[in-house]
Design a protein around this ligand. Sequence first.
Ligand SMILES: Cc1ncc(COP(=O)(O)O)c(C=O)c1O
Length: 453
Amino acid sequence: MRPDATLALVTTAPISQMRRLVTELPGPKSKALDARRSSAVAPGVSSVFPVYVERGEGAILVDVDGNSLIDLGSGIAVVSVGHAAAPVVDAVAEQIAKFAHTCFMVSPYEQYVAVCEALNARTPGDHEKRSALFSSGAEAVENAVKIARHATGRQGVVVFDHAYHGRTNLTMALTAKNMPYRHRFGPFAPEVYRVSMSYPYRDPEGMTGAEAAARAIEQIERQVGVENTGCVLIEPIQGEGGFIVPAPGFLPAISAWCTANGVAFIADEIQTGFCRTGDWFACNDEGVVPDLITTAKAMAGGMPLAAVTGQADLMDKVHVGGLGGTYGGNPVACVAALASMQMMDDLDLGAAAKRIGDQISQRFAAMQADHPGIGNIRGRGAMMAMELVKPGTMEPDADAAKRIVAACHRAGVVTLSCGSFGNVLRLLPPLVIEPELLDDGLGVLADAVTAEL
Ligand SMILES: Cc1ncc(COP(=O)(O)O)c(C=O)c1O
């Protein structure tokens, strides 16, 4: 009975991987839903573009009016394996028909253990590791800080300019940008210290990664003191802050300082993880091995799952019962994660991310040659961005980013903006996107850049 009902849900006609507009965007049904939304949904929860989605497959979203849009955002780096990926859909359907929840802290199950094993094996470093599972990225970051404080006995948490770590009380304190994340939501958690990030485009010209690290370390030693610093928390490539790739040498130097001083080095790979940057994790690029790593987003193909993975000797210090949560490591999310990670292996999505990155970089470079308002192109793998400035200056142009994103959406291509100054246009396509579809999306973006810059 149950399995048949689930199967009926999952056997839907395939969606062709093509952009196709049958109404203006947003269409009439999306507009009607948006009217309903305005009297039902809290306005604090916003949407980039009010086009309501009915289905998705691969890199295509179909809206309620029957338009097919190209998704170059993946729900903010989540559906790296594509929308409605068959192995994920099948695993979820099968699991939910067996049991949806027991709470791992009450009655455990193998799926949770298997995800921890998979994370321990894939995260950087071949030392002994342990993992704990949660439901959201912010929750993982909070728990990483809890573990680091507990294990080191020191309270200070060092974070960086332009950082984004979430919206809970502690993670708001860790996040750099006031509007919209922190504004009027304080007071924030104490013992959080912010130091300078390596931001090659805006740092003094020629500043090396080692010099940028020395600047940050001097700030830590002066403002916090080694003996008070429990952890240094960093995104190896900053996501919401503007896809800022630190200069080579920056991360290894910060990590080495942490090791030398008994400080836990926490890599927040919630946005960069799971093949997004061309490798399993962005830290691998420079051989950096974090003490603790936080993951979420792409891990489970769209199901809510997050984790902290870390050195066994740190993780084992926390007392029994000190970590957990009702939904953390939900079995349906766990099987989705196992299926997603298997797809990443089977389809070599790391290599796919590199190919996508090359294709985007070439088109971005051609756009930059024609438009001085594109001040900087950066990123790694399928995590690429352009920083927009007033031509001939380094003054951020947030309006240009807004206009370009809106023009792309009207033409059926989902793109995103980000950045401390709101002036960065970013692409995070599903790693299964076909080159022709990506080419079409990039063509729309090139037209939008020409029209709006
Ligand atoms: C680097 C990073 N850390 C933490 C978070 C917070 O994750 P969540 O929104 O799942 O709480 C995000 C979300 O964008 C992120 O990019």
